[in-house]
Structures are given as structure tokens and as C-alpha cells.
Design a protein around this ligand. Sequence first.
Ligand code: NDP
Length: 290
Amino acid sequence: MKINGKTKLYGLLGNPVEHTLSPILQNGLASELGDNLIYVALKVAKENLVTALKGGKALGFSGMNVTLPYKQEVIPFLVEVDPLAQNIGAVNTLVSIEGGYKGFNTDIDGLFQDFKQKEIELRGKEVIILGAGGAARVAAFLCAREGVSTIYLLNRTKYKALEISDDVKNRFPDCSLKVYSLEDHGKIPKGKYLVIQGTSIGLSPDTEHVVITDTSFYRKIHTGYDMIYQPAKTMFMSLVEQEGGNAYNGLGMLLYQGIKAYELWNQVTISEEVAAKIELQMRKELGENE
Ligand code: NDP
């Protein structure tokens, strides 16, 4: 990579950012496409968030990603927000426009694209989502947008799932959404479901944990998608596979949200061939063999 006077700047705003894969992803894309840009992780303290945004703009950063804990906090300080991102209530990608930044949510595109890639169908299907944080919220909006017949939303703190349900119904009034606490999972009718695991339970280093331990729950799963990608095979995925289901981790979602951000920043379309190369680099960084 040759950095010169024309190098465009991009960054990731978050805290912590030390373990992020985004620089590998974005600089990998730039290198594959021969684009003259650089992407760096920017650890920003909460009290400096607004200053960082203004500073980024003043220094000519063409775009940024936003990660925990700022995906919601950043919204009031943007000059424009994409309508779907506004509905979801979270942005993860900023594009420099006149007077500041416009916010987008490419997490939803990332999840959608990874489902497409893995041939996981949503339209007319019944889906169970575990969790009611930012990741589960994105999954709920995607399922509603793509015509899932019924969404079962389960969370430890039930009122947070009810909030998501209200927000989703506000945007997609015809969507059927049922909310339960985690221990009420047995109330979900018999059948085979796609389950999207959107809690932080099972994330490295606490890899031995799952939010639901009852094996009868896993018998209801034809496909289990864990949004966590570290470890590569989570306990949730192992339990799904033990009961005969297909299981995937969330690395593809991460890959494709980054690709969508890159496409927004640079007005390009990234091929599946390039995506596959970048995924390999990310896997290497995670210490995976394949
Ligand atoms: P949040 O902090 O917003 O939400 C955390 C969720 O986990 C909440 O539903 C919370 O429940 C639940 N939870 C936490 N601790 C427990 C516990 N002890 N028992 C039961 N439930 C618990 O996180 P995010 O939604 O942003 O992220 C969730 C996961 O998704 C993370 O592990 C992250 O790595 C992954 N992720 C992956 C992405 C990808 O691109 N693949 C993108 C974004 C996230 P409660 O509401 O009750 O606290």
C-alpha cells in the first residue's frame, strides 16, 4: 500500500476497538481493488464522541464505521440518517456529505447478504430470535422486511423485546411478532424453525455458555445462525448440530456489512471472488485454519 497526498481516510469509531477485524476487512478490500485509501481503528471516549465526529469531518475523513457503544448515541449528531437506519435506531456506517455525515445501517445488509449466500430463506418462514440488543434488533427488522410469517422474540429482559416489537410493528404493521422471556421458550409451538442467536452469550472467552440449555429447544431448529463469530463454532452451534440442524456463525454478516460500507463509500460493487479472499484473511486473523 502506498500512502501519499491523495490517500483517502476512513476509520472505525468505538470503544474498545483493539480486537476489531474491520481494518483487515477494509484495507484488504482497498488492496484488492487498488484503491488509494487507509482505514484505521479510532478508540474514542464517550465524552469525546461529538468532538471526534467534528474532528473527523475537519480532517477530511470520507467515511467512518461506528461500533459499540456508539451505534445509537451518534445519531443526533448526524446531518442526515437513512430512513431504515432511523427506524432501526442504530447506524454503523457514516458517509461524508455536505456539512457532516449521513448515517446508514449496513448490519442489516450484511445479515441479508449472508443469508442469501447461505441460501437461508426468510419469506413465509417462522423465525425465533434470541436477544433484544442491537444485533437482535437488526435481525427483527430484516425478518419483518423480508416477509417472515411469524417472528418469536425471546429475551432475558422482556421489556426490551417488547420495545423492538413495537418499533418493528410501527414500520411493518402487518408483521406478526410474539414476545417471550427466555424461560418461556417451551410455549413456542412445535415445528422446525430458523433461530437467530443474537445475545452476547457464548462469545469468546466464555465459550461454554448458551442462553437456553434445554435440549428440547434445539430439536425445533432446522437452521441455527449465531451472530457471534468468535469462537468459530459456538456452543449454540454445537447444540444445533447435535440435534441434526445446520449451524452458521456471524462472520459472513460482519464481512458483508463491511463490504456494503465500502460500496457506499466508493460507489463500487464488490465481487463474490473478492469477498471470498477477504473472508479468508479474516479467518486467518481469527486463527482459523480454513
Ligand atoms: P447488546 O449488548 O446490545 O445486547 C446483548 C444481548 O445479550 C441482550 O439481549 C442481552 O439481554 C443478552 N444477554 C447479555 N447477557 C446475558 C445473560 N447473562 N443472560 C441472557 N441474556 C444475556 O449486544 P449486541 O446486540 O450489539 O451484540 C450481541 C452479539 O452479537 C455480540 O456477541 C456481538 O459480537 C454479535 N454481533 C455480531 C455482528 C456481526 O456482524 N456478526 C454485529 C453485531 C453484533 P438483556 O437485554 O436481558 O440484557
